[in-house]
Structure formats: C-alpha cells, structure tokens
Design a protein around this ligand. Structure first.
Ligand code: KG4
Ligand code: ZN
Length: 340
C-alpha cells in the first residue's frame, strides 16, 4: 500500500509518500516547504500569508515530488490530507487540492486528523505500526494533550491545556525576552549553559489530580518578573540563559510528570510523545529518566517528524486502509477538530 500525504494545516506545506505492509512502514519520500521566514517578522503565523504560500507552491511541488520519487498516480493506493485542526483557509487549500487529485485519478481520499498524525509519529518514525495501548503526549504550538490510545478507534482524551499550548507559551515568552519566532527552539538553544534552578516559575496543577495543564499563568509570571528587572538586563546573556533554562524546566517538568502519571493511573506501560515541543532535549531527558524508573517504554519522535510534516498524515492514511475505514471524498475542513 502506498499513500500520498498532503499537509497544509498551518505554516508548512508538506508532501510525503509512505508505504506500508503487514510488517513495517517505510517513507519513500518527503518534502517540506517552510514558511517560517515569511512569518518571523510578525512573531507568529499570519493566515493570509500562509494561504498564499500554500497556493503558490503546492501544484508544482507535487508534480516535481512525484517525478523525483519515480512514482506515478497508478502506483498509489490513496491520498491522505489534513482535514483539521488548523487554520481554516490553510486547510482548505490542501483539502481541495487533494480532493482534486483524488477526483482526477479515482484514488480514495482520507481526511486526516492532524493530532492523530502527531500521536502516531513516534511509531511511524520507528517504521512500525502503533502498539496499543499507549499514552500519547501531544505537545505543539497549538495543542497540549494527553491521550489514552486504547485501540486505533478508541482514543480517550485524558486532559489538555485550559489556555495556551506549551509551544505557544514558549513562543510568547521568547517574544517577551526579545528572542525570534519560533520561540521554543530558541529558548532551548539559549538555555544551554543556563541555570534551570536560578528562578522558580509556576508549574500548573502540579499537585492536583488532573491531566490538564495551564500555561498562561507561567507566561504572566515571566512578564511580571521581567517588568521588575532593569531593562538593560535583557542584554545580559547569562541572565537570558538562566531565564530560558528556568522556563524550559517549568514547562518540560510538568509535561513529563503528567504523562508518566497518566501511564501509571491507567496501568499502561508505553508512552509516545510527538508535536513540535517533543523536539526539546530537556523534555526527552526528563521523560526517559522517569520512564526508566517506572519501567515504561518510551517512543520519542525524532525532530524531522516532530514539527508539522506530511509523513505523519500519509502514515495515518495507511492506518485507515489497514483498519478498513471508509474513504470520504467529500470530507470538509474541521478547523477545531479534536480527538474523539
Ligand atoms: O507541531 P508544530 O510544528 O506546529 C503545530 O502544530 O503547532 O509545533 C510548533 C511548536 C512551536 O510553538 C515551537 O516553538 C515548538 O513547537 N518547538 C519547540 C522546539 N521546537 C519546536 N519547543 C521547545 N523546544 C524545541 N526544541
Ligand atoms: Zn502540528
């Protein structure tokens, strides 16, 4: 089975060809046109710019991608496209383009939940079908979720953020510190050599019996903290490093602890982590330490599959075929789609 994946939910235009058989999953090719540079001046994603960029690149990029990978339309078994969640106009570009491809070629079309992509991406990167049950920690710029994945058609949301997503919080704090977008990787870079315990920033619901998160309080705490400092201190590289390390610690510690707590509470011995924030080395280190202590198997998504990409979309498309889900040529964009 060979599936073409199309991803345009936010600011990356992605295409991927992923092949699967009973035993394994293999990436045949993948390409990403990133718009980060276009949005950087604005400190976040500008939907109008994102749509134009998707429209500009998608048709020619697809034609070239198929040729470069020596794949013809007859070789494909399906087209999979992100249906949501995401920016509605960005989603519509990819969805209508993929629908056009499906109509022209007669291939089945699967509308994919972007969060399912992040949920399964660690397994896809290992070249294997997901192993159920597992706890999924999805941490990106738009989402922070803990999911109990019991089976492919039984995903139970255990908790999530009540306000800002973890990545969004890092992006906003980076802005307060005068650091460029996207803030998460920048904070990680600046945190190297910083003292993570010099400043204490709040961890939401640390002691509460919940799998929910709140990150807006952390952002506000950093804002008040900075307002109390002499503005010149923002030019002090060691101060920035210490703030970045302390902020990173506050975010990653609560994410790792809650994911492991979810596994213990539901007696699941496996955790998979995905989404842009899963690139974070400190999060990976904390998770691997806690999982080792608790005898939990950890599946970490490698950086190339953490941030938005089409491999995860094609991969979930393969799962739809494997589990005999009906295709839907007329599926609509679902900008606010969550997991069931
Ligand atoms: O999954 P993603 O590419 O897009 C969304 O679906 O949101 O995630 C992007 C988010 C941004 O907020 C970015 O700051 C964060 O992931 N991010 C990181 C790192 N790399 C990306 N956060 C912390 N550490 C990183 N190394
Ligand atoms: Zn994403």
């Amino acid at each position: 089975m060979l599936v073409l994946g199309v991803e345009t939910s936010c600011d990356e235009t992605g295409l991927a060809l992923v092949e699967g058989n009973e035993g394994e999953i293999k990436v045949i090719g993948s390409i990403l046109s990133s718009q980060v540079a276009k949005h950087r001046a604005y400190g976040g994603v500008v939907p109008e710019l994102a749509v134009r960029a998707h429209l500009d690149v998608l048709p020619s990029m697809t034609a070239q991608f198929m040729v470069e990978n020596h794949v013809s339309w007859d070789d494909l078994d399906a087209v999979a496209v992100t249906r949501g969640p995401g920016l509605v106009a960005s989603l519509l570009v990819g969805l209508n383009f993929a629908r056009g491809l499906a109509l022209a070629t007669g291939l089945p079309l699967f509308g994919i939940n972007h969060l399912e992509g992040h949920l399964y991406s660690a397994f896809l990167a290992e070249g294997q079908w997901p192993v159920f049950p597992f706890i999924g920690l999805i941490v990106s710029g738009g989402h922070t979720l803990i999911v109990l994945a019991e089976k492919e058609d039984r995903l139970v949301r255990l908790g999530g953020t009540l306000d800002d997503a973890a990545g969004e919080c890092l992006d906003k704090i980076a802005r307060l510190l005068g650091l460029p977008y996207p803030g998460g990787p920048e904070i990680e870079r600046r945190a190297v050599g910083g003292d993570a315990f010099r400043f204490y920033f709040p961890r939401s619901f640390e002691k509460a019996d919940t799998f929910d998160f709140s990150f807006s309080g952390l952002k506000t705490a950093v804002r008040y903290f900075l307002e109390k400092q002499n503005p010149d201190i923002l030019r002090d590289a060691q101060f920035i490093a210490d703030v970045c390390a302390s902020v990173q610690e506050a975010v990653m510690e609560i994410l790792a602890k809650k994911a492991v707590l979810a596994a213990q509470r539901h007696d699941v011995r496996r955790i998979a982590v995905g989404g842009g924030v899963a690139c974070n080395g400190r999060l990976q280190a904390l998770l691997s330490q806690l999982c080792q202590e608790e005898g939990i198997v950890l599946h970490v998504t490698p950086p190339a599959l953490c941030t938005d990409n089409a491999i995860m979309i094609a991969g979930v498309g393969l799962m739809k075929i494997r589990y005999q889900v009906a295709p839907d040529l007329f599926c609509e964009a679902e900008p606010g789609w969550s997991l069931q």
